[in-house]
Design a protein around this ligand. Structure first.
Ligand code: ATP
Ligand code: MN
Length: 456
């Protein structure tokens, strides 16, 4: 029986069996109180045990121990819950000696990161990972209800064209003694007969799906070997990438806004206990901010207009902002948090700072890109309408010096039944940063991967 169900619906007087981990034990000579948690909810169930009857097991029970308790559900007078369990039988599955790192005192998030194998047992990470699950479920529900198909794109790729970030190489060659041809490593002897990498995005293969099934989305792991020790970047993260035939940029933006609002509303409706806890512990304005995003229309403006605002702001930025430069997170956050006080969608970026596949505008300078910028996060979504014209795409690819022999299959979609289409990528952990109010992306994924860390 899950503690969540017992706390909500357990009948007074019924027999229950609960299994979980001890959060605290206290008591006196006659009675002991154990707070037990099984991960189904942020709330513990209180076990009341007769100190004499359970003298022997109680001596061996301490914080972190795992128990199976059989007893009677009784009305609770003092535990802050509706009900508690009057113990009749206690089995100890596993004791937890004093060196258990999660003793009752509060721990810093940095320390908990070092013991990521145990941190899911804390209130904070229990809440975060339940919300993570709820958001994953909501993403599938949203797209399924809208008639999108879940499309699986490969994690191993041989095309180095995305340019979204540095890649991790995948190889079975002997690194100590790789085969050589003309002084260079001979990848024809590698597993795939060529050099290959972990994917930085499923988009290119996503487009192939959209140009057949109409509307697809991907939701899978993504890898970037960027050596950026920021609170918003992971080396392994999850991305959701919808791709839609017959969507123009305006449709793409409308979908992105509707999608984000749906997910945030879903969290408000379904994760209230966990959000309440996080609000109390870390971020007093958490739900206020979530509601604000759901209730207000996103501000849409062109990159060029954003640059003008930034230049006129009189604000001192660490990085300069001139037309043509990529916006840094300080610029994005100024627009969102100071200037508009609202989520912002920026469109029509200079083509030089965006990927080769974005639809080119008639001005010859900008492309039909859109980034969704959020408070506290900066970029949460990056998307665009895709260039569907074969000649324009081919020209851009060669201008950017991209190896066309890797890209022939992508180009062919523009030759055979090309169609206007658009899509975007939402970083799952960036979404979770926003929804949970956590401030470091390493704290919203169970086992974070970042420079110098692949432990657990
Ligand atoms: P940024 O400029 O913030 O590094 P990007 O422009 O490289 O991001 P895109 O290539 O547009 O990112 O990827 C789409 C989305 O994936 C981003 O909007 C962001 O939410 C997420 N994302 C990108 N890189 C990372 C990363 N290293 N860790 C976690 N999420 C990421
Ligand atoms: Mn981007």
């Amino acid at each position: 029986m899950r503690i969540l169900d017992i706390l909500n619906n357990g009948e007074i007087g019924s027999r229950v069996v609960v299994k979980g981990w001890v959060r605290t034990k206290r008591g006196n000579k006659t009675v002991a109180f154990i707070a037990l948690n099984d991960g189904s909810t942020i709330n513990n169930i209180q076990i009341v045990a007769d100190a004499e009857q359970f003298d022997e097991p109680l001596k061996r029970i301490s914080t972190g121990a795992c128990l199976c308790v059989e007893g009677e559900l009784v009305e609770s007078l003092g535990s802050g819950q509706r009900v508690e369990v009057q113990a009749r039988k206690i089995d100890i599955y596993g004791t937890s000696p004093e060196d258990y790192p999660l003793q009752k005192k509060g721990h810093t998030l940095e320390f908990l990161r070092e013991i990521a194998y145990l941190r899911p047992r804390t209130n904070t990470f229990g809440a975060v990972f339940r919300i993570r699950h709820a958001m994953a479920f909501a993403i599938h529900k949203y797209f399924n209800d809208k008639g999108f198909y879940y499309w699986h794109t490969p994690l191993i790729t041989a095309s180095d064209a995305e340019g979204a970030g540095a890649m991790f190489q995948v190889t079975t060659l002997d690194m100590e003694n790789p085969p050589k041809a003309d002084g260079k490593i001979d990848y024809s002897q590698d597993f795939f007969g060529r050099s290959s990498n972990l994917t930085v995005s499923g988009q290119l293969e996503g487009e192939l799906g959209a140009l057949a099934l109409g509307q697809i989305y991907t939701f899978g792991p993504t890898f970037r070997a960027e050596n950026s020790n920021t609170p918003r970047h992971l080396a392994e993260f999850w991305m959701i990438e919808p791709e839609m035939a017959f969507y123009e940029l305006e449709d793409d933006m409308a979908l992105a806004e509707d999608f984000l609002k749906y997910l945030i509303q879903y969290a408000l409706d379904n994760c209230s206990d966990d959000l309440e806890f996080l609000e109390k512990m870390y971020d007093a304005e958490l739900r206020e901010r979530l509601r604000f995003v759901v209730e207000n229309k996103f501000q849409v403006l062109e990159y060029t207009a954003a640059i003008e605002i930034l230049q006129a702001s009189g604000q001192k930025f660490e990085y300069p902002c001139t037309w043509g430069a990529d916006l840094q997170s300080e610029h994005e956050r100024y627009l969102v948090e100071k200037h508009f006080n609202n989520p912002v969608i920026l469109t029509d970026y200079p083509k030089e700072i965006k990927a080769f596949y974005m639809k080119q505008n008639a001005d010859g300078k900008t492309v039909r890109a859109m980034d969704v910028l959020f408070p506290a996060i900066g970029e949460i979504i990056g998307g665009s309408q895709r260039e569907e014209n074969y000649e324009k795409l081919a020209k851009r690819i060669s201008e950017m010096g991209i190896n066309t022999s890797d890209m022939w299959w992508y180009m062919e979609t523009r030759k055979f039944g090309s169609a206007p289409h658009s899509g975007f990528g939402l970083g799952f952990e960036r979404l979770l940063l926003f929804v949970t109010g956590m401030s470091n992306i390493r704290d919203v994924i169970p086992f974070p991967r970042y420079p110098q860390n692949a432990e657990f």
